[in-house]
Design a protein around this ligand. Structure first.
Ligand SMILES: NC(=O)c1ccc[n+]([C@@H]2O[C@H](COP(=O)([O-])OP(=O)(O)OC[C@H]3O[C@@H](n4cnc5c(N)ncnc54)[C@H](O)[C@@H]3O)[C@@H](O)[C@H]2O)c1
Length: 346
């Protein structure tokens, strides 16, 4: 059995919480080298996961010819450069979400992947959520008919992260829309059959994020340096005639956090989190609630799928092009908010 030698760039939160533990469970991978610009974080990860090859410069890691695949677990502003460098160095790449901060970065990454012939996957872990997996089967079987509308919520009541760079527009590319909205938008677009976005109208607001003294359920953030939106709403036209509305917030005055999409089709509807499917049979309205769904560890499933695609030489389940479409939606909503009118998406 071929053993894949792996490098991890960025050994912070998501690497320690998801990538290292998921990789440790795989029989056919060996974590060969790690990199972080923060020497203390790097050393701690090296000790915790027993990895001897440690670099503060990712180019050094990429120079190791033994490495087959690289995990990019750095902040959003450090997705494009290491991904392109890794692909150029002949490595397969799995990059954390979002693909990049904007469509230009995402496009450059997709182009590099195509040129390299290597696998390039974006780590959109919600694809392995039990509701998404089950609902895909119902949609494929035609239970919803033609889906013409998706209503997406990625809403926290008081969930502004008190760590990392999530409140920094320059490093993140945006606020809740690009951080948590990207997860729900990704699986929504997947379940819609990956249509192309053609126009967006949106509006963003920053209220609570820039004020002191609020409740911080995810720690206390630096309100004085808060440069992203804390609420975004958008309406998006898709090229298959369907449309999508989204609301995404780190801090909204609502009852409780809500991460869900409602799909409305001409034959039926559905809502995720928890999954319900709405229909009409024999003159009766029906609500179907699946029972016995089993939630796998989404990170293990995602990482297994990446290595299966390399091993079997098949398409990765979350392609760069799909992730690029999602970042085009996010960018369209931001551009529309700035412009004060609907904008076209190329
Ligand atoms: N899939 C998910 O559920 C999920 C959850 C959290 C974060 N993420 C994504 O993971 C990425 C990282 O987020 P995080 O929470 O782990 O952040 P983090 O700040 O905890 O970790 C990022 C690490 O990258 C390092 N780094 C920064 N620049 C670097 C460089 N040039 N070279 C090497 N290392 C560098 C930092 O020192 C830090 O240790 C983000 O893109 C975020 O969107 C995904």
């Amino acid at each position: 059995m071929k053993i894949f030698n792996v490098g991890i760039i960025g050994t912070g939160g998501i690497a320690n919480g998801a990538h290292f533990p998921a990789l440790e469970k795989q029989q056919d991978v060996n974590i060969m080298a790690i990199c972080d610009i923060n020497g203390d974080v790097l050393k701690a990860a090296g000790e915790r996961w027993n990895v001897k090859n440690q670099f503060e410069d990712y180019n050094k890691l990429l120079e190791m010819p033994e490495i087959d695949a690289v995990h990019i677990c750095t902040p959003n502003d450090v997705h494009m450069d290491p991904t392109i460098s890794a692909l150029k160095a002949g490595k397969h790449v799995i990059c954390e979400k979002p693909i990049g901060r904007n469509p230009a970065e995402g496009k450059a990454m997709c182009d590099a992947a195509e040129k390299s012939g290597k696998k390039f996957m974006v780590a959109q872990c919600w694809r392995w959520n039990q509701d998404v997996v089950a609902l895909k089967r119902f949609i494929d079987a035609g239970e919803l008919g033609d889906i013409f509308m998706a209503r997406v919520w990625a809403m926290r009541r008081r969930g502004i992260p008190g760590w990392g760079v999530f409140i920094n527009k320059e490093k993140q590319g945006g606020g809740p829309l690009i951080d948590i909205g990207v997860h729900i938008l990704d699986f929504t677009m997947y379940l819609l059959g990956n249509p192309k976005p053609i126009a967006a109208s949106g509006k963003t607001y920053t209220n609570i994020g820039k004020e002191p003294g609020h409740v911080g359920n995810l720690g206390q953030w630096d309100w004085e340096n808060y440069t992203v939106e804390d609420y975004a709403a958008g309406f998006v036209r898709l090229d298959n005639g369907a449309s999508l509305v989204i609301e995404s917030s780190f801090a909204a005055n609502i009852k409780e956090d809500k991460f869900t999409t409602t799909f409305i089709g001409d034959k039926g509807g559905a809502q995720t989190g928890p999954l319900e499917i709405y229909g009409e049979k024999h003159g009766t309205l029906t609500d179907t609630t699946p029972s016995g769904l089993k939630q796998p560890n989404i990170y293990e499933s995602e990482i297994r799928a990446f290595y299966d695609a390399i091993r079997d030489d098949t398409e990765v389940p979350v392609t760069g092009e799909q992730a690029l479409n999602v970042i085009k939606i996010i960018d369209g909503i931001y551009r529309s908010s700035d412009a004060g009118k609907e904008v076209a998406i190329d």
